[in-house]
Design a protein around this ligand. Structure first.
Ligand code: PAF
Length: 330
């Protein structure tokens, strides 16, 4: 905040008239925290962001005012994360889509069919693996404070119903800028097209891609039924989200403030899970009601066996033990 001589006088005169010491008046100016995320404020991202900001703003360290930038207003997720490292953004809620480009170990979560179900995924992220992974962000210049959730990703497209791997062959599917997803889709004979989210709706409209993959929460929030005819409940990858702050913000906080941001991020993460639980209950019906043909009976075993060569590659990259440890979590 830059204060001109005139504004200093104005503050001094106003606070003196109100009997407030000048130092205290400046101390009371809340610091603005720019918080960016990809989807609308009434999405699971908005739920996490709102709960996080409310928790921090209402905490005893109430010196902060969050300003939300929903719907990719600060750019794609890669740009938002870069903004954190450059210090132009203070906080983000992002999907795991691009995370492994910054924190390579995060990529293991992108391995298809690694998580059995939501309960398993949450247990892994809330346990030692999740905490250790959050700590690894620091070495990469990012302060990740908690995990939220998007749900399991499903395939949508405009060409044909997909029930087994062969049906998906040749489809041009947008994927996030994520090497594990790209390798897995390529293995299935799909043509993966990495693209930042803000470009996806236009590309689907123009037909430069046939489809995309995202959880029910995203498909509903983005109303993808406007641009997609078919959906397959592949549930191929669990999609967490991460609540991250910039190293510059972090370095400026005292211990009590750090605690408020961390605890707030945990509250935000839980709010996104609650949102996802709700949207998963009725989301598929809503998608169907807009004319999308949904294939629920998916031959997941066939998808897994088609991916065997890619799994070998993932085991080399992340270590078979890490993948086994994750699988063993109850
Ligand atoms: O597919 C993606 O890029 C992400 O899942 C999205 C839609 C940006 C939500 O974070």
């Amino acid at each position: 905040m830059t204060l001109t001589r005139r504004s200093l006088f104005a503050v001094a005169a106003g606070t003196a008239a109100a009997g407030i010491p000048l130092g205290q008046a400046f101390a009371q100016q809340p610091r603005e925290i720019k918080l960016g995320y990809a989807l609308a404020q009434n999405s699971h991202f908005g739920a996490a962001a709102q709960a996080w900001s409310d928790a921090v703003e209402k905490s005893p360290v109430n010196n902060f005012k969050f300003r939300h930038f929903p719907s990719s207003a600060l750019g794609g997720e890669r740009e938002m994360i870069e903004g954190l490292t450059l210090g132009t953004v203070e906080a983000v809620v992002v999907s795991n889509g691009v995370l492994s480009n910054f924190v390579p170990d995060a990529g293991v979560m992108d391995v298809p069919f690694l998580f059995r179900d939501t309960k398993h995924a949450r247990a892994v992220l809330d346990g030692k693996f999740g905490e250790d992974l959050l700590a690894k962000f620091r070495a990469r210049g990012l302060i990740a404070l908690g995990w939220g959730e998007q749900g399991f990703r499903h395939l949508t497209n405009n060409k044909r119903p997909v029930a087994k791997p062969e049906d998906a062959k040749g489809l041009k599917i947008r994927v996030t800028e994520n090497q594990v997803h790209i390798a897995a889709f390529r293995q299935l004979g799909i043509a993966p097209t990495p693209m930042a989210w803000p470009e996806v709706l236009g590309a689907l409209q123009q037909g430069t891609i046939d489809g995309q993959e995202n959880p029910v929460s995203v498909i509903v929030s983005a109303k993808l039924w406007q641009v997609q005819k078919h959906m397959t409940l592949t549930g191929h990858v669990y999609a967490p989200m991460a609540l991250i702050v910039s190293p510059t913000l972090w370095a400026s906080l005292n211990e009590a403030q750090k605690k408020a941001f961390t605890e707030g991020a945990r509250v935000g993460g839980r709010a996104s899970r609650q949102f996802v639980d709700d949207v998963e209950k009725k989301g598929v019906e809503e998608i169907k009601s807009h004319g999308v043909q949904v294939v629920g009976d998916v031959d997941k075993a066939a998808f897994r066996s088609a991916l065997v060569p890619a799994y070998k590659q993932f085991a080399e990259k992340f270590g078979q033990k890490t993948m086994d440890d994750i699988a063993a979590v109850q």
